[in-house]
Design a protein around this ligand. Structure first.
Ligand code: AMP
Ligand code: MG
Length: 314
């Protein structure tokens, strides 16, 4: 069933039952090579799932669990291979949302839960989004409030010597580096993975988070962004922009937060992408966020929504 978490709504099932896991892939139309995150509601549930808990994982759990951080570790025999799409690792998260935790605890099981959307569409940040994508395809949808974070969890791989950031999220690269002393950022975080090459985080290779609207990312100052949009007006052209941009843009706007506040951008982005479709937008020029703090996670999702189409203005 679909359940709320602080990141996005998740489509949850018993992580230890291959038949239950298969139903998740079927309901979402998710490619079999895209692994799932396993959710727990107490730290003690981690050790049966993994072959070893490295020191780095203990440090991060101490600082950031419960919360929007997923750790990739070597998998134990207990975890069905299909959860991890055949990889020798497993991704585990201990969410903070009290409803998610109560459901995991009531089940007495770790729950595999990818985002509760149809594969390819933006992740759901409200129960309404889940209902639209999954009604009739799942047993239940738990209706709760909007997700406070609004972007999927940070994913960090801890199974080799250097911790590697695979997917940025609300736990920032800066925070991870501060906690661990070192961190490699996977190139797929900000750039298009090379065609045909294996990617460390399989979800990063798909044109993900994408609305039907053709999104083009404009990487520029506010002045240049506003000038660019106003020079490209036509029927169906929208601006996907910050509240600070709105006044001087001549196109219809969909806002996704404040330029000065990455958390507000994260909380607004996926609903804004869905809103563009609802409004029948043909083209949306999106104002790119800065790459620091949570901006990196917002940029990472937007560049995929734009299928890596970026206009960089000097
Ligand atoms: P979702 O729950 O829909 O946000 O997707 C989970 C994402 O976590 C996947 O698309 C992967 O990018 C990442 N992930 C899950 N398990 C692993 C793993 N074992 N190794 C690397 N990345 C993983
Ligand atoms: Mg997803």
């Amino acid at each position: 069933m679909a359940i709320p978490t602080e990141t996005v709504y998740g489509l949850a099932a018993n992580a230890l039952d291959p038949d239950a896991v298969a139903k998740i892939f079927r309901a979402k139309g998710r490619p079999q090579d895209n692994p799932l995150i396993v959710h727990i509601s107490e730290f003690e549930q981690l050790s049966p799932l993994v072959s070893e808990i490295p020191e780095s994982a203990k440090i991060l759990a101490d600082r950031f669990w419960p919360g929007p951080l997923t750790m990739v570790l070597n998998r134990s025999e207990l975890v069905p291979p299909s959860v991890s799409a055949g990889l020798s690792t497993v991704a585990v998260r201990f969410p903070k949302n009290p409803v998610a935790r109560a459901i995991i605890t009531a089940c007495g099981l770790p729950l595999a839960a990818p985002s509760a959307n149809l594969s390819g569409s933006p992740s759901p940040t409200t129960a309404e989004h889940c209902i639209r994508d999954l009604e009739g395809r799942v047993d239940a949808i738990v209706i709760s409030g909007p997700c406070t974070v609004g972007l999927e969890s940070t994913v960090v791989a801890l199974f080799s010597d250097t911790p590697r950031l695979l997917r940025p999220g609300a736990v920032t690269a800066e925070q991870l580096k501060d906690a661990l002393g070192k961190l490699t950022v996977d190139p797929a975080v900000t750039a298009k993975p090379e065609e045909g090459k294996p990617v460390a985080s399989p979800g990063m290779k798909y044109k993900h988070y994408a609305p039907k609207t053709h999104v083009i990312l404009i990487d520029s100052s506010r002045e240049e962004y506003i000038n660019y949009v106003n020079a490209h007006l036509s029927d169906g052209v929208f601006a996907l922009c910050f509240q600070e941009d709105e006044d001087r843009i001549a196109a219809p706007t969909v806002l996704y937060g404040s330029e000065a506040d990455g958390a507000s951008q994260a909380a607004g982005l996926f609903a804004a992408l869905r809103q563009l479709d609802d409004l029948g937008a043909k083209i949306a020029y999106a104002h790119a966020p800065s790459l620091s703090g949570m901006g990196l996670a917002v940029y990472n999702r937007l560049i995929r929504a734009a299928a890596f189409e970026v206009v960089k203005l000097p």
